[in-house]
Design a protein around this ligand. Structure first.
Ligand code: NAG
Ligand code: NAG
Ligand code: NAG
Ligand code: NAG
Ligand code: NAG
Ligand code: NAG
Length: 494
């Protein structure tokens, strides 16, 4: 704002001066390029412009209302002794950079409609210690050379990475970090590289670089830095990392000790996209916590639900629908659904696990056998509805306990789900640790078989109605009492 006001005031001043002057012009330190109609023209600069206060906006390319002679000193074309320069008119620029050069401080500015320079072509702004890869002039290049100034080791510019650097790292300081240049500066070749999942921070050649997670474009100083694939990642990386969204599969190396990080893992065999990848790999038995190691990450479609399971000392969480997922094998395991039984490979060697049920499993044609204790070939979700753990319309997460085989299984109808009788089987499951029934219902062994099971619901209702009534009525009485107390209080205040 301040600059704009300054600039407007300055422009007014110049208009006065140039109105007064007639061609051929006499060039002063205040002369700018606004009243010039030629595409290029020579200017004879007087002596002593450096100490004048006429504004200069830009660096190499200057706004057309900048003082020509001061800009010429700034650009190193003449000294304060003055001399002749050739001014080339240039189209307006999106922005102008202010820097101090040759004892003249130029000013930064946004869009300005006309510009000039001292070369026919707009010069590239000089490479400084701060110049990053993120710069229009490098947009179309895959590799290029730059000349770095001296002293970049001590510049305040940042460097992220090691061997491969993020696109916003200082090019010249990175070159020192990588041992390509000394603090004296010089010529280096830069190679663009794809984005990495992780950038290491370390001190090398007296430059301390910083750690960074994902970045989309990088650079290095050799064409063949260690394969972009199979990069080491951090324990905290999740399947959401943008890098994983590009390729169908991805090789990466997990460090050791990922079992102990706080990142959650949802699912088993197939994991929600936002799960911690390295912990999930330990859970899935692909790597060991103590050593870490290489894994292949495969992008997968969203699943209607994910199983929570403790495997390899990592407890994963169950979840309902999640829009994207990943696995560590090219062929994802069957998604869990209403047909999943406790004999599914996922639950191998488990004696307790959580399972996420999609809604409407009461309608599945898969059978269930038993009551409270169900045979392991029963549909988990249908049994859970039968046992009153879930509402058919909602689905949800249930905890399943693997139990010893029962002598026999009765068929009953409960919660509108019919179970079948079964003879002895080698194992069973229940929804409580010791097979007690849901919600204070009678003991498992005394439940009568057959369609009379419907009575259970009646029993619940009989128990619940007085409790609900007591709550409602109690609450009502309590509020009445409170209101009265308040009333008493107000009246006494008055
Ligand atoms: C990079 O590739 C060049 C040949 O293209 C080879 O001479 C050099 O040894 C390679 N460097 C590394 C670090 O692989
Ligand atoms: C990942 O590594 C395997 C070998 O372990 C290799 O066959 C595969 O091509 C690699 N995948 C990618 C995307 O580099
Ligand atoms: C995982 O490994 C780290 C270090 O390697 C260790 O400190 C930690 O206790 C291990 N965690 C588990 C659960 O084994
Ligand atoms: C890692 O987790 C395991 C089990 O959860 C615990 O026994 C161990 O102390 C933890 N180690 C560290 C270094 O936090
Ligand atoms: C089942 O376990 C609960 C505690 O977990 C206990 O209170 C209950 O008595 C047990 N029931 C049977 C039948 O063992
Ligand atoms: C099955 O039903 C019979 C008779 O109704 C009963 O005696 C038996 O205890 C029940 N068994 C189970 C496992 O519920």
């Amino acid at each position: 704002m301040h600059e704009i006001i300054l600039k407007v005031a300055f422009v007014l001043l110049i208009v006065d001066i140039s109105d007064a002057s007639t061609f051929p012009m006499t060039y002063t330190c205040a002369t700018n390029a606004r009243e010039q109609y030629d595409m290029f023209f020579p200017v004879q600069c007087p002596k002593g412009c450096a100490s004048r206060t006429y504004g200069v906006w830009g660096n190499g390319v200057y706004t057309r209302d900048s003082s020509i002679c001061r800009a010429a000193i700034h650009d190193g074309r003449i000294s304060d002794e003055g001399g002749e320069v050739i001014v080339y008119k240039q189209p307006g620029q999106r922005s102008y950079v202010g820097v101090e050069r040759n004892s003249i401080r130029s000013i930064s500015f946004g869009y300005w409609r006309g510009a000039f320079s001292f070369t026919p072509k707009i010069p590239d702004t000089p490479i400084t210690c701060e110049t990053p890869l993120e710069n229009e002039r490098f947009d179309l290049l895959t590799d290029f050379q730059i000349t770095c100034p001296r002293g970049c080791r001590d510049s305040s510019a940042n460097v992220w990475g090691s061997s491969i650097y993020t696109y916003h790292s200082s090019l010249c300081k990175s070159a020192i970090h990588d041992g390509r240049l000394t603090n004296e500066g010089g010529l280096v070749t830069i190679y663009k590289q794809p984005g990495q999942a992780l950038y290491k921070g370390e001190e090398k050649n007296s430059v301390k670089s910083l750690f960074m997670d994902y970045s989309h474009i990088s650079f290095s100083f050799t064409p063949n830095v260690s394969s972009v694939n199979d990069q080491p990642v951090s324990c905290h990386i999740t399947g959401r990392d943008s890098r994983f969204t590009v390729q169908a599969s991805f090789n990466l190396t997990c460090p050791s000790g990922c079992a102990n990080i706080t990142g959650n893992v949802w699912g088993s065999g197939i994991y929600t996209q936002d799960s911690a990848v390295c912990r999930a790999a330990i859970h899935d038995g692909r790597i060991k916590n103590e050593t870490g190691g290489s894994i292949t990450f495969y992008r997968q479609l969203g699943q209607s639900s994910y199983i929570g399971l403790e495997r390899n000392s990592i407890k994963s969480l169950p979840y309902g629908y999640w829009k994207k997922s990943f696995t560590f094998s090219a062929n994802p395991p069957d998604p869990p659904d209403c047909t999943t039984t406790a004999e599914n490979w996922r639950f191998f060697n488990q004696n307790k696990f959580e399972f996420s049920c999609i809604p409407s499993c009461a309608e599945t044609t898969n059978n269930i056998w038993g009551n409270v204790f169900y045979t392991t070939e029963s549909s988990i979700c249908k049994a859970a509805i039968h046992d009153g753990r879930l509402l058919n319309a909602d689905g949800g997460i249930v905890t399943v306990y693997i139990q010893p085989g029962q002598h026999s299984y009765n068929g009953t109808e409960r919660n509108s789900v019919k179970s079948l009788p079964h003879e002895h089987s080698s194992s069973s499951f229940s929804f409580t640790v010791n097979g007690t029934d849901n919600g204070g219902d009678s003991d498992a062994t005394t439940i009568s078989p057959g369609p009379s099971g419907g009575q259970d619901n009646g029993l619940y209702a009989l128990l619940i109605i007085p409790i609900v009534l007591a709550f409602v009525f109690g609450g009502f009485l309590w509020r009445r009492l409170r209101r009265r107390q308040r009333y008493v209080k107000y009246s006494s205040d008055v």
